[in-house]
Design a protein around this ligand. Structure first.
Ligand code: PLP
Length: 394
C-alpha cells in the first residue's frame, strides 16, 4: 500500500494531515496531473489475454477506487481497504463473509440501518445475532461465551453519543476468538483510530464526515487481516456494490480537507455543547466532550477530541420539539450528518424509525430527542439560531 511517497522513499510515517493529502494519490505518472484524473472507463485494454496494467474491469477495480481505498486504509493504519456504494453496502459486504450458524454480538446502541440489516436480513440468513449493552462487561462476556465471529461496536454511538472502551472490549473478544468491528463513522480516523486500540476491522459511512459535503453516498471497510481482506475483495467483485469513479474522486477530494474540517467541526460542537448545557429549555446534552458525560474520561483517553455530533433532550414534549425543529433557519432538518452545513435530525422518526418504539424509549431516544451535527458556519450564528428556535418550544 502506498502511503503517498511518490518516490517510494522510506522514513517516518507521515502525520495524518499529510496522509490525507498524499496517501494513494501521487501525481499521475502519465501526465504529472497533481489532482488525480477521473478514469470513467469501465474496461481496460489488455496486451494479451490476462495481461493488463492492474485494471481489467471497473467492478473488479478502478484507479479512482484504488486511490480512495488506499487513502482510507492509510488514515486508519490498515493494510487493505475496500470501497462500496454506501455505508450500508460496506457493512452488508462485511456481514456476507459470515455463514449460517455463525454469530454476531452487536452493541444494542447501534445505527438504525445496521440494526435493521442485522435483524431483518442477516438473521434470516441463519446468522445468530445478539444485541448487548457493551457498557456491561459481564453481559459482553456472557454473550461471547458462545463462539462468536464478530463483536460489532460503534463509538461514539448514534445517536446517544456513548463511548465504548474499544481496547477493553477487544481484549475480551480476542480471548474468545472473536474479531472486533468498529463503525468509526462518527469519529473518523482524525479523532479515533480503532485498529491502534486493538480492533480488527473498521467500517465507515464515507457519506458523512469523510466526504463531508453531503453530495456522495459511500462506504469503506478496512482491515489488516489478510484472509478477511481476501474475502472482502471477492465479495466486492462478486456482489458489485461498488462506488462510481466520480464518487471515489469526490470522496478523495473531501478527504484532502478532512483534518481541517474535523478541527473546525469539533470547535463548533464544543461551543454549542457549552451553550446548550446551560440552556433552560434543554433537559440534557449528550456530548462526550462535556465533563458530566458518563464516559468523558474514556473519550479523552481513546479519542484525540470528543467528536462533532451531539444530541439533546428538550424539556418540551414531542409537539414542542417539532416547533423547535421547524423554527431553525441555519440548521437544515435532514437525515445524515458530517456535512459542512449544519444539520439536525429527529431520530424517533428519521434514523431510528425502524427501531421498535419500546426499544427506542428504553434507550432514552424519547419524542423530545434531537441530534445535531454542527457544520462549519460561524459558531455565534449557530448559537443564535438554536437560541431563537428554543424559544419556540415554550
Ligand atoms: N453507520 C453509521 C454510524 C451511520 O450513521 C450510517 C448512516 O447514517 C451508516 C452506517 C450507513 O451509511 P450510508 O447511509 O452511507 O449507507
Amino acid at each position: 500500500m502506498s502511503d503517498g511517497r511518490a518516490d517510494g522513499s522510506s522514513g517516518p510515517t507521515p502525520h495524518l494531515d499529510t496522509l490525507a493529502l498524499h496517501a494513494g494519490q501521487p501525481p499521475d505518472p502519465a501526465t504529472g496531473a497533481v489532482s488525480v484524473p477521473i478514469v470513467l472507463s469501465t474496461t481496460f485494454a489488455q496486451r494479451a489475454p490476462g495481461e493488463h496494467q492492474g485494471f481489467s474491469y471497473t467492478r473488479t477495480g478502478n484507479p479512482n477506487r484504488a486511490q480512495l481505498e488506499t487513502s482510507v486504509a492509510a488514515l486508519e493504519g490498515a493494510q487493505h481497504g475496500y470501497a462500496f456504494a454506501s455505508g450500508m453496502a460496506a457493512i452488508a459486504a462485511l456481514l456476507q463473509t459470515l455463514r449460517p450458524g455463525q454469530r454476531v454480538v452487536a452493541t444494542a446502541d447501534l445505527y438504525g440501518g445496521t440494526y435493521r440489516l442485522l435483524e431483518r436480513v442477516v438473521r434470516l440468513l441463519g446468522v445468530d445475532v445478539v444485541f448487548v449493552d457493551v457498557g456491561q462487561p459481564a453481559a459482553v462476556e456472557e454473550a461471547l461465551a458462545t463462539e462468536t465471529a464478530f463483536l460489532w461496536l460503534e463509538s461514539p454511538t448514534n445517536p446517544l453519543l456513548k463511548v465504548v472502551d474499544i481496547a477493553a472490549l477487544a481484549r475480551l473478544a480476542h480471548a474468545r476468538g472473536a474479531l472486533v468491528v468498529v463503525d468509526n463513522t462518527f469519529a473518523t480516523p482524525m479523532l479515533q483510530r480503532p485498529l491502534t486500540l486493538g480492533a480488527d476491522v473498521v467500517v465507515h459511512s464515507t457519506t458523512k464526515f469523510i466526504n463531508g459535503h453531503s453530495d456522495v453516498l459511500g462506504g469503506v471497510v478496512v482491515t489488516s487481516r489478510a484472509p478477511l481482506a481476501e474475502q472482502l475483495a471477492f465479495i466486492q467483485n462478486a456482489g458489485g456494490a461498488v462506488p462510481s469513479p466520480f464518487d471515489c474522486y469526490l470522496t478523495l477530494r473531501g478527504i484532502k480537507t478532512l483534518p481541517v474540517r474535523m478541527a473546525r467541526h469539533v470547535d463548533n460542537t464544543e461551543h454549542l455543547a457549552a451553550f446548550l448545557a446551560q440552556h433552560p429549555q434543554v433537559e440534557r446534552v449528550h456530548y462526550p466532550g462535556l465533563p458530566e458525560h458518563p464516559q468523558h474520561a474514556l473519550a479523552c483517553a481513546q479519542m484525540t477530541r470528543p467528536g462533532a455530533v451531539l444530541s439533546i433532550v428538550l424539556r418540551a414534549d414531542g409537539a414542542g420539539t417539532r416547533r423547535f425543529l421547524s423554527a431553525l433557519r441555519l440548521f437544515s432538518l435532514a437525515e445524515s450528518l458530517g456535512g459542512v452545513e449544519s444539520l439536525v435530525s429527529y431520530p424517533p422518526e428519521m434514523s431510528h424509525a425502524s427501531m421498535p418504539r419500546e426499544l427506542r424509549l428504553a434507550q432514552g431516544i424519547t419524542d423530545s430527542f434531537v441530534r445535531i451535527s454542527s457544520g462549519l458556519e460561524h459558531p455565534a450564528d449557530l448559537v443564535d439560531d438554536l437560541d431563537r428556535a428554543l424559544s419556540a418550544t415554550k
